[in-house]
Write a protein that binds this ligand. Structure first.
Ligand code: SD4
Length: 340
């Protein structure tokens, strides 16, 4: 009988790839990560500021990068943006004044890396990728994640800007330590403090392969140690070969409760379109939580291997950016279950 051990024993130096390829063949899943996007690729991402992220992701594909290269490059755009206070540098801190970042990256061949409560490194998505590629693990958190990033040579710096610190200090005066949910749904002032939010990206290659990334500084002024949906596989992001990918935004606790993105993909696996799948999960959250989600925003964005896109949310206001195979980007408004 061929066992995993005997298979491994017979492998040479490039044995891991060979083994992965043979598993892929046996399961009908195409070859592992590394698929190039090329012509016909597509990128979608959460919120209007996703347009700039899509552009970076699309350019990466055009230059011959992989889907993972693309979603990483896209996520890095808001991470470095000092006017974006819910992703990366200049993110709003936790209630004790520490900026902590959560991120996950995933392909459709089982590649996953994530970090949570990461401090002092701007590009949490790149640290998540490093977890995927350089460790035997899928998820590092807190001090361990922070140390790993430092040991891997990521530049270390404070992520708190004077503007974010001021917002935190103002909040301290009246907050009674209640974290701020739904900052994404505030009235937006272009360039203003609450103008941007968490990003989830999904990328599709011309041959229908998929990858995704999600990165955030999480809920503004959260309890120290709080981790939302974004870095959790199945909650903030899920990607499955031949079926589709989904990502979420909004109040993470409501997404985590139902493993939201995995549920969207499960619904697609049962035959729902990306749109119907997003609707099904938003309705499920509303049904499950009743009055508890009054005034709360949750949104899902989904993409299938053919390039069909779906988006749906609890409250009006969730926008998303779609970049088509020609590199043309449109920012669209998702339909919502409730009116304001
Ligand atoms: C979180 N889901 O940490 C993130 C925040 C977010 O729109 O996406 N806000 O809960």
């Amino acid at each position: 009988m061929t066992t995993r051990r005997s298979l491994l024993a017979g492998l040479g130096t490039c044995g891991t790839l060979t083994l992965a390829a043979s598993y892929a063949q046996a399961s009908g899943v195409p070859a592992p990560r590394g698929t190039s996007g090329g012509q016909g690729a597509m990128i979608v991402s959460t919120w209007d500021f996703g347009a700039a992220a899509n552009a970076a992701a699309f350019a990466k594909l055009r230059a011959g990068g992989t889907l993972i290269d693309a979603v990483e490059a896209g996520a890095m755009v808001p991470e470095a943006d000092p006017t974006n206070h819910s992703v990366g540098y200049a993110g709003y801190p936790d209630r004790d004044g520490h900026v902590t970042l959560d991120a996950v990256i995933m392909d459709d061949a089982g590649g996953v890396g994530a970090v949570a409560a990461l401090e002092n490194t701007i590009h949490a998505i790149s640290v998540a990728r490093r977890v995927m590629e350089r460790t035997p693990h899928t998820f590092l958190v807190g001090e361990g994640a922070t140390r790993f990033a430092r040991d891997q040579g990521f530049p270390q710096q404070s992520l708190l800007t004077p503007e974010s610190e001021k917002a935190w200090r103002d909040w301290l005066k009246t907050a009674k330590y209640q974290p701020e949910a739904n900052s994404e749904n505030r009235t937006r002032t272009p360039g203003g403090a609450l103008d941007h939010d968490t990003i989830g990206l999904l990328a599709r290659s011309a041959d229908g392969r998929l990858a995704g990334a999600c990165t955030t500084s999480g809920m503004a002024f959260k309890m120290r140690g709080r981790v939302g949906d974004s870095p959790q596989v199945g909650s903030g992001l899920y990607v499955e070969a031949g079926i589709g990918g989904a990502t979420s935004t909004g109040l993470g606790e409501e997404v985590t409760r139902v493993a939201g993105s995995a549920r969207v993909v499960a619904s697609m696996r049962s035959g729902a379109s990306p749109q119907k799948a997003c609707e099904e999960v938003v309705r499920h959250i509303a049904h499950l939580r009743g009055d508890a989600i009054r005034g709360v925003q949750v949104g899902f964005l989904a993409l299938d291997p053919k390039g069909n896109v779906g988006a749906f949310c609890l409250l009006p206001g969730f926008t998303y950016a779609v970049t088509d195979a020609h590199g043309v980007t449109k920012v669209l408004k998702a339909a919502s279950l409730f009116q304001a």
